[in-house]
Design a binder for this molecule. Sequence first.
Ligand SMILES: [Cu+2]
Length: 68
Amino acid sequence: METTMLRIKGMTCMGCVASVKRVLQGIEGVKAVDVSLEQGQATLQYDSAVANPARFKTAVEEAGYEVP
Ligand SMILES: [Cu+2]
């Protein structure tokens, strides 16, 4: 199991946090997601044989947020 952190720009409320969390949790291989509104970042635990960070970035961007 790997852990990675993703910076996310554009989240303004708990609704945004919930959306980002839902999107990331929906990715195959993702085991746990924690999203912080204050810090503007997500922490993910994932199976690196199945998922990869490039996929997380794309998913967050498709949901309407920026990954700088
Ligand atoms: Cu919001």
